[in-house]
Write a protein that binds this ligand. Structure first.
Ligand SMILES: Nc1nc2c(ncn2[C@@H]2O[C@H](COP(=O)(O)OP(=O)(O)O)[C@@H](O)[C@H]2O)c(=O)[nH]1
Ligand SMILES: [Mg+2]
Length: 441
């Protein structure tokens, strides 16, 4: 992963004790080192860390949040801005048909990305066609043809024609006349110089009049991505960028920040060779992952889904540190569908680093069944205030549920742990609110 060391630095920062200002200084030094290692431009690094330092020393955290926690928030915000801010890239085609032209240097991942995009949009419900206009490499046609077959997307090509512009035009015509929603045109990009690449782009673009020109950049070029992205961004107003191979290089941070600073939009990132290893690029999400503070948006999404089982009040109660066995019951029921609570909690900033709750995967199902039975044999009073369950009550409940007293005690122990977490969450809630993500869909 890109910028792995940042996560470690943050973890050190969080678990560290002692002087806040010194900890900030140390973290910033670590961050600088990591960013420069990732080939981020030194001037950019200094600007970024200056801002973080200023905010860290000036801002007062809101009530209920420690300075260290607030510092994470500052780092999160500034890094998100650094990688392009939190505007959502416009992924949906604004009209039909939508013609996308892929350009980029040879080997940058165009053909692979063309297929990935086709697959992505196909899953979104669009009818997608691929056109291969790479006439330089003899194998180019077969490569895309094969990928197309793999994902069930038709591919237009003319293996014996050498005129790329002509093929592109006819390919687009072919799919548009058949009512396809999206046509993706793959090109050769057999260039070493940016100027030649942009020239080819203009030539094909004039002929097929694409709705979107997509520049594909290999993350391994690091901060060199800056010039290419800048020229591209000035050359075409309908451009977007995909950065590929983020999985395979330590320079990803450099490439992403270099593109971001030009003002160009990175829409997708490629994170592997497989056809589904393409992600919509959302800087806050990306940064959350780098920092190991979890995926805030994913959290909101999950909470929205929990609401099928959890009423708004339940979630509110849980997040307010008020917990009872009824909530635990609902939690257990939804657990089966949703995956462990731990996963959800992992998505909350800061918590993922120190979460104790774990249910062993294989035994989970069996355990949940037992626990549900136990909760079922509790009285209303016990449900609302499990604290009153003493040894006598424990024995009665175990008997009623047909389990051992240890099982009841174990559930009560889990309950205590959840209760603690839920109390911790109460503090985080302010942080989340501050991040303006809230919990309302
Ligand atoms: N690891 C990794 N490899 C990729 C990614 N995208 C493309 N590749 C590989 O990069 C190489 C060149 O890709 P290709 O699509 O043929 O590049 P093109 O010359 O621009 O069309 C191939 O081996 C791909 O499998 C990516 O996101 N991650
Ligand atoms: Mg290719």
């Amino acid at each position: 992963m890109v910028l792995d060391g940042v996560r470690k630095a943050l973890s050190r920062f969080l678990s560290g004790k002692g002087d806040y200002e010194r900890a900030v200084k140390e973290f910033i030094r670590d961050l600088q080192k990591e960013l420069i290692k990732a080939d981020v431009n030194v001037r950019l690094v200094l600007e970024l860390t200056k801002k973080i330092r200023e905010r860290a020393l000036e801002e007062e955290p809101p009530p209920g949040i420690t300075r260290r926690e607030w510092f994470i928030n500052i780092v999160y915000e500034e890094l998100s801005k650094f990688f392009g801010g939190d505007r959502k890239p416009d992924i949906k085609p604004k009209k039909k048909p939508w013609v996308m032209l892929l350009v980029g240097l040879q080997g940058s991942g165009k053909t692979t990305t063309a297929a990935k995009l086709a697959y992505y949009y196909k899953l979104e419900g669009y009818r997608v066609g691929l056109v291969t206009a790479d006439t330089y490499r003899p194998a180019a046609y077969d490569q895309l043809k094969q990928l197309g077959e793999q994902i069930g997307v038709p591919v237009y090509g003319e293996p014996n024609n050498k005129d790329a512009v002509e093929i592109a035009r006819r390919g687009v015509e072919y799919f548009v006349s058949r009512g396809f929603d999206i046509v993706i045109v793959d090109t050769a990009g057999r260039h070493h110089r940016e100027e030649d690449l942009l020239k080819e782009m203009r030539e094909i673009a004039e002929n097929i009049k694409p709705d979107e020109v997509v520049l594909v950049i290999d993350a391994a070029i690091g901060q060199q991505a800056h010039n290419l992205a800048k020229k591209f961004h000035t050359a075409t107003p309908i451009g977007s960028i995909i950065v590929t191979k983020l999985d395979g290089t330590a320079k990803g941070g450099g490439a992403l920040s270099a593109v971001a600073v030009t003002g160009a939009t990175i829409k997708f990132i490629g994170t592997g060779e497989k056809i589904d290893e393409l992600e919509v690029f959302r800087p806050p999400r990306f940064v959350a992952r780098i920092l190991g503070i979890g995926d805030l948006e994913g959290l909101v999404e999950k909470v929205r889904r929990i609401k099928v089982e959890f009423t708004e009040k339940d979630v509110e109660e849980f997040l307010s540190g008020r917990l009872n066995m009824r909530l635990v019951y609902k939690q257990l029921v939804s657990l089966r569908k949703m995956g462990p609570l731990r996963k959800i909690l992992q998505m909350i900033p800061g918590l993922s680093l120190k979460i104790p709750l774990e249910i062993e995967a294989g035994k989970a199902e069996e355990k949940i069944k037992k626990w549900l039975a136990i909760i079922n044999s509790m009285t209303y009073e016990e449900l609302d205030k499990p604290e009153i369950i003493d040894r006598r009550r424990t024995r009665r409940i175990a008997y009623g549920a047909g389990v051992k007293t240890e099982d009841v005690r174990e559930l009560l122990k889990q309950y205590e742990m959840m209760k603690k977490l839920s109390k911790q969450l109460r503090k985080r809630k302010d942080l989340l609110k501050k991040l303006q993500l809230g919990f309302k869909p």
